[in-house]
Design a binder for this molecule. Structure first.
Ligand code: GDP
Ligand code: IMO
Ligand code: MG
Length: 425
């Protein structure tokens, strides 16, 4: 059996946690393939609300093996706290598997993330300050420490001494901060190493053997297409590749192993942090959507910026991810509005752009070209069949599908597993 990829099509927080948790019912493995604890994936099971940052969203099913893949950056202290929290809530985490190739987030990464953001002042990216960018930068510069280094403390210390010399020079001379001591970091990470030992595995072999046994793998992306380091709204992006291609490198699979690429798509758009956002709203309607959609960040608690559905971005996400279908979320949040807007193209100077513009300046100055659709007043959260949605809600979904050019297969009308309607069988 092949693997399926779950990918956010916008700027993150599309509802990937809910979708992954739901689709994990039918699979044997759920793999996080990139990012780190900048992610915040919320799952509602019964009346229990779980917020996951690093642990894959399949963890709640005993039949699923959750995997942290090679492409992830891992903060061991944060992961252990998250595991302890899950155990306290009665979740069995003993089957978690972690790749030894994942890179470690170190204390100096977190510190440098905070300091560079402060240094950027008004130009800041609005990162989550979890050390994500500095860790991926060290990975690319080939001075990163990996999970497997925890199991040879001599090598760990050698690598740490080399890298810390440079980091301490930056911390003290550029930012006027106290240097960090290698021995303190070594002591702290030695404790983490012991606790993490049972979870460390050759996850690439594990996944390939699963495929050979005809088992199914769900690859769970964090962040979203527009936050992709290569394909997003650079520099206002994260430092990894959330797009479907990143699922292959991040898990160690090949393109022929994938048969479905499921885009998780909010019925409107949100963004946390800085950067361009053509359909952003600033009026009372924005306040209404923030309130109705509970649009506050899962990781940092920041208010999310909100705007109308943007079909230009969704068509782009369809292309760069090779989407086979959409999982549309939060349709229920759009109830009680007279009129809904959908951006079908951008206008810049005298030109209309149907596709994502090739230059950042066009995107920064793009004005959305909207079409209007009639709203509906019914509450959708109790609807159990797609055909029972109000006519205008169905017409809205039909139009989003036409504009997106990829089938919308699922429509979500609330945070719970049961609040999901299948559209095409
Ligand atoms: P992720 O980062 O993509 O996993 O998304 P988050 O968990 O950060 O944010 C999505 C939020 O929307 C969570 O609080 C979910 O419980 C909630 N949610 C998901 N789907 C729906 C839906 O269809 N309707 C409503 N009202 N809330 C939803
Ligand atoms: P999930 O998986 C929304 C944003 C940050 C910032 C930018 C860079 O829950 O969808 P970083 O700390 O990654 O260097 O910050 O990316 N960002 C997210 N926004 N959802 C996320 O994850 C995000 N992870 C990072 O707000 O703008
Ligand atoms: Mg989130």
């Amino acid at each position: 059996m092949p693997a399926h990829v779950i990918v956010g099509t916008q700027w993150g927080d599309e509802g990937k946690g809910k979708a992954t948790d739901l689709l994990a019912d039918d699979v044997e493995y759920v793999v996080r393939y990139q990012g780190g604890n900048n992610a915040g994936h919320t799952i509602l099971v019964g009346d229990r609300l779980l917020k996951l940052h690093l642990v894959p969203s399949g963890v709640l099913y005993p039949h699923v093996t959750p995997v942290i893949g090679d492409g992830v950056v891992l903060d061991p202290g944060v992961l252990l706290d998250e595991l302890d929290g899950l155990v306290e809530q009665g979740v069995d985490v003993s089957h978690l598997a972690i790749s030894g190739n994942a890179h470690l987030i170190m204390p100096y990464h977190r510190e440098l993330d905070r300091l560079t953001e402060r240094h950027l002042g008004r130009q800041k990216l609005g990162t989550t300050k979890r050390g994500i960018g500095p860790t991926y930068a060290d990975k690319a510069a080939r001075v990163g420490l990996r999970v497997q280094d925890l199991y040879d403390m001599k090598i760990f210390r050698q690598k740490l001494d080399v890298v810390l010399k440079e980091k301490n020079a930056i911390l003290s001379r550029v930012y006027n901060r106290l240097p960090m001591r290698a021995v303190d970091i070594e002591t702290e990470y030695t404790v983490y190493a012991e606790r993490l030992r049972p979870y460390i595995m050759d996850t690439v072999s594990m996944l390939h053997e699963a495929l050979e046994r005809q088992e199914t793998i769900l690859l769970e992306g964090a962040q979203g297409t527009l936050l992709d380091l290569d394909h997003g709204t650079y520099p206002f992006v994260t430092s990894s590749n959330p797009v479907a291609g990143g699922a292959l490198t991040g898990a160690g699979l090949g393109p022929r192993d994938i048969d479905r690429v499921i885009g998780i798509t909010k019925a409107y758009v949100t963004r946390v942090g800085s950067g361009p956002f053509p359909t952003e709203l600033h009026d009372d309607l924005a306040e209404h959507l923030v309130r109705a959609g509970h649009e506050h960040g899962t990781t940092t608690g920041r208010r999310r910026r909100v705007g109308w559905f943007d079909a230009v971005l969704i068509r782009y996400a369809g292309r760069v991810n090779g989407l086979t279908e959409h999982f549309l979320t939060k349709l229920d949040v759009l109830s009680e509005l007279d009129t809904l807007k959908v951006c079908r193209a951008y206008r810049y100077q005298d030109e209309e752009y149907e596709h994502f513009p090739p230059h950042q300046s066009i995107f920064h100055h793009a004005r959305p070209v909207y079409e209007e659709l009639p709203g509906w007043w019914e509450d959708l959260t109790g609807v159990t069949e797609y055909a029972k949605l109000p006519r205008n809600a169905q017409a809205f979904v039909d139009r989003l599908e036409e504009l997106s050019r990829v089938p919308i297969r699922y429509v979500s009308v609330g945070p719970a597993r049961s609040q999901t309607l299948e559209r095409h069988s």
